[in-house]
Ligand binder design. Structure first.
Ligand code: CO
Length: 134
């Protein structure tokens, strides 16, 4: 079941500079920086009430987020929906003919299990399903 928006991700070209903006100008608390090998990114999360902002910087230009920034510049990259059953969610979506980028969950930041839904199916927005680790 989808429970809530887990995070909204912003693609940035310089994570330190972006973190300094959110901490310094907005007074928000930015968590530690984590490298996500599988996605070729490094990320930092900012808790804002129930929802987090994820700052995502590509570690290689030839990565999905690197290509995104090259093509469109910095900006909102994806919206993540939290689920308590990512496998059921993915098989349900596949049964309904929804295009999935990841048919199986992958390991994301903080060991969450994540999978992306193709924006062609979700009206131009890249959706991430995200099941936090216990
Ligand atoms: Co994310």
């Amino acid at each position: 079941m989808i429970q809530q928006i887990d995070h909204i991700a912003i693609a940035v070209s310089d994570l330190d500079e972006a973190a300094a903006f959110f901490a310094g100008q907005l007074g928000l608390e930015v968590g530690g920086i984590e490298t996500v090998e599988e996605q070729k990114t490094k990320v930092a999360f900012i808790q804002v009430g129930q929802v987090r902002i994820e700052l995502v910087q590509p570690t290689e230009p030839d990565s999905p987020v690197g290509k995104f920034i090259a093509k469109r510049g910095e900006g909102i990259h994806h919206i993540a929906l939290r689920t308590d059953g990512i496998e059921q969610e993915l098989s349900g979506l596949a049964d309904k003919g929804v295009r999935l980028i990841d048919k199986e969950p992958k390991v994301g930041a903080h060991d969450a299990r994540i999978a992306f839904v193709h924006p062609k199916s979700s009206h131009g927005v890249l959706l991430e399903l995200c099941q936090p680790s216990k």
